[in-house]
Ligand binder design. Structure first.
Ligand SMILES: [Zn+2]
Length: 676
């Protein structure tokens, strides 16, 4: 063995969020952190926020002839690294270590020995957390202040961590990617009187002098971003809960809260606000399979120091909640934040995104479980609550797309973490939740056993968009309308935007049965990000003049332009695309004023237009015409109209770009589609 001492502050470039595969697989992390000194400090000087740790990493090579190991570690003072090959007495050859750009590279050379995937390597890294401004680790003491709307401040220090997506490396050396899951043991030394909580089970705690070390270990693997430690003078309450509604399986739930917050002092009421936990675990277990971990719990923290006043995080088996959550939230309906973190224990923790590009699976799934929670928490199926929630997510997304860019250039694609991830959370959360919602609309409640099967199939591992889509292709052999499941799923992940429709329709019969022709045009502007032929499954409602529903039908739209015919017993005055069920946007819907609209009232010819003259025949007196494009922009107005006998008109058009337009006649809602 060779010992080395290194003290280098590496310059860390934030931004490389793309995951790449390394030449090893971590089996386990054994971490010891000593927070005893900082948690005794009542001074609060930033430079005192320094602590020591030892990280042991056990890994196996995934390549032959492994000669170097790269780990993520940002601005950590590396005091020593030992390398050991388990069960081998191999002489370690020259070892070199470089620390640069947030990475440690350990170069190994073992005389006369080639390291292969059969070997197990252990690294023991002694390090010091020295940079008080590093991300991931949050510390506060009594000289820091909670914002004034808390009645009482907390007068002892506390600490917590927040790793997602790539901040674990800022306080521990690791392979900081979501798809290298490992078992963890985590030992935390704190002053006597405090409690340290982490992932998995508490195996023991040992008091030595005026400190106590808490030993935690996880039965199930987790990636670095899902591990956490929180320490404070917590009060602990526990409850044993039945996991599902049909059998007696149970799980212990642990509540770590600041003194007084449980009972309702300090303006908080953790007991009240966390009370839906039992019911929520049962709802999700019934639908998605039993809660899969050894415990569940909550640790209240103050993330103000990290700049997140009101954040929760689905750390595996121990959801971290900002203290505001137990202050402000009321059980129903404000509990959706807690439901979200619990839902992650199926979508995100039990099965994890393969790369950060697949964050839609974690956050879309967890956001969708918020709607499921609202649908079922009252003890009956409240579909209105479900649809209202999904609709609100849709509106956030559509509103954002209008604000973020030009109205008609929807925001970027989910599958682009440089763009999306947590910077454009409206994609990561709201739009992603609609991927699950669309599947439910297409497949009905069969979505639940399918999700349960998928989660079981990928249990404790990772999933990519391909694997997710392929699962539904394989498991839904006869989808409604023979829809292409792969495209149906991937189009909203790999591409940006959503379909924007111009609907042109008319009634070609004046008496029952009423035959309605409808032309759908997807008008979204095609870009590298956005396709021009979304595959949509849309519920179409026909409404009469008194606003009553005449008929609903589901249609499949898979072409940029497509015609449909409907036969109705009653005369419709409106067509409504049900946007609680499909993420579409209606740019023009021109089934308005049926009598005025019938083709025998206004005829335009030739259409498509061959030359710059439009001929119009109409029973109406036409005195004004404007031309708009499919996006509602006025292209031409104050047009000169020449009236001839027999209500014939001609209109001379200046040169305008070829495309599809509407004529609006007499400033009324009389639209005629023309193609120029
Ligand atoms: Zn989440």
């Amino acid at each position: 063995m060779k010992k080395i001492i290194i003290f280098i502050f590496a310059f860390y470039l934030l931004g490389n969020i793309f995951t790449y595969s390394r030449n090893y697989d971590v089996l386990r992390y054994d971490l010891f952190v000593d927070w005893s000194n900082i948690l005794k400090s009542n001074k609060g000087e930033l430079e005192k926020r320094e602590w020591n740790a030892i990280m042991k990493i056990t890994l196996v090579p995934t390549v032959d002839n492994l000669t170097s190991i790269e780990l993520d570690a940002v601005k950590l003072k590396i005091d020593n690294i030992d390398i050991n090959i388990v069960n081998m007495s191999v002489a370690v050859g020259p070892v070199d270590i470089t620390i640069f750009d947030g990475k440690i590279n350990i170069y190994m050379s073992f005389l006369d020995y080639v390291i292969s995937p059969q070997d197990t390597i252990q690294l023991k890294i002694d390090y010091t957390y020295t940079n008080p401004y590093n991300k991931g680790f949050s510390y506060r003491n009594s000289s820091d202040h909670f914002p004034p709307d808390f009645i009482h401040d907390i007068d002892v220090p506390s600490a917590g961590t927040l790793n997602e997506p790539q901040n674990a490396r800022c306080w521990l050396p690791c392979n900081d990617v979501p798809n290298d899951k490992a078992l963890w043991s985590i030992a935390v030394n704190v002053p006597v009187g405090m409690k340290a909580v982490s992932n998995g089970s508490l195996d023991s705690s040992v008091v030595y002098n005026d400190n106590e070390t808490f030993y935690w270990s996880s039965k199930h693997p987790l990636p670095p971003y899902l591990m956490t430690i929180a320490a404070a003078d917590y009060e602990l309450h526990t409850e044993r809960m039945q996991i599902n509604s049909t059998d007696t399986d149970s799980v212990d739930v642990y509540y770590y809260t600041f003194p007084g917050d449980w009972e309702g002092e300090n303006g908080c009421s953790a007991e009240r606000n966390l009370s839906p936990t039992q019911k929520a675990i049962q709802i999700f277990s019934d639908l998605f399979g039993n809660y899969p971990f050894e415990k569940y719990g909550y640790a209240t923290v103050d993330y103000t120091y990290l700049g997140f006043r009101s954040l929760g995080m689905e750390h595996q088996t121990i959801t971290t909640s900002n203290r505001y959550w137990v202050k402000d939230f009321v059980p129903v309906p404000g509990w959706t934040g807690f439901a979200h973190e619990l839902g992650h224990h199926w979508f995100g923790n039990m099965v994890t995104c393969n790369k950060w590009t697949d964050i839609w699976f974690n956050e879309g799934g967890a956001t969708w479980t918020e709607a499921i929670y609202l649908e079922r928490i009252k003890g009956y199926i409240d579909t209105t609550a479900y649809f209202n929630f999904m609709r609100s997510r849709r509106e956030s997304y559509i509103d954002y797309s209008k604000k973020e860019s030009n109205f008609y250039i929807p925001v970027g694609k989910i599958y682009d973490p440089e763009f999306a991830l947590f910077n454009h959370s409206i994609l990561t959360y709201s739009k992603s939740s609609w991927i699950f919602h669309h599947l439910r609309i297409l497949l009905g409640d069969e979505i639940f056993p399918l999700c349960k099967k998928l989660l079981e199939q990928y249990k404790f591992s990772n999933i990519s968009v391909d694997e997710f889509a392929d699962f539904f292709v394989d498991n839904v052999p006869n989808p409604p309308h023979n829809i292409d499941m792969k495209k149906f799923i991937e189009q909203f992940i790999i591409y940006g935007g959503h379909p924007q429709y111009a609907i042109n329709s008319n009634i070609i019969s004046e008496n029952a049965p009423f035959i309605v022709n409808m032309n759908l045009t997807q008008t979204q502007k095609k870009t590298d990000n956005i396709i021009d032929d979304f595959l949509m499954y849309i519920k179409v409602d026909f409404i009469d003049a008194e606003d009553n529903l005449i008929k609903s039908e589901y249609i499949v739209n898979d072409k940029q332009e497509q015609d449909y015919t409907f036969i109705l017993d009653e005369k419709p005055s409106k067509i409504i695309f049900d946007t609680t069920r499909a993420l579409v946007e209606i740019i023009e819907n021109n089934l308005i004023g049926i009598d005025e609209y019938a083709d025998n009232v206004i005829k335009i010819f030739p259409n498509p237009l061959q030359k710059s003259e439009i001929n119009i025949a109409s029973d109406l007196d036409i005195d004004s015409i404007i031309i708009i494009d499919l996006y509602g922009n006025i292209i031409l107005d104050n047009l000169q109209i020449s009236k001839h006998f027999n209500n014939k008109y001609t209109l001379l058009l200046p040169n305008i770009e070829a495309g599809t337009y509407f004529l609006i006649i007499n400033n009324k809602n009389i639209y005629k589609l023309i193609i120029i």
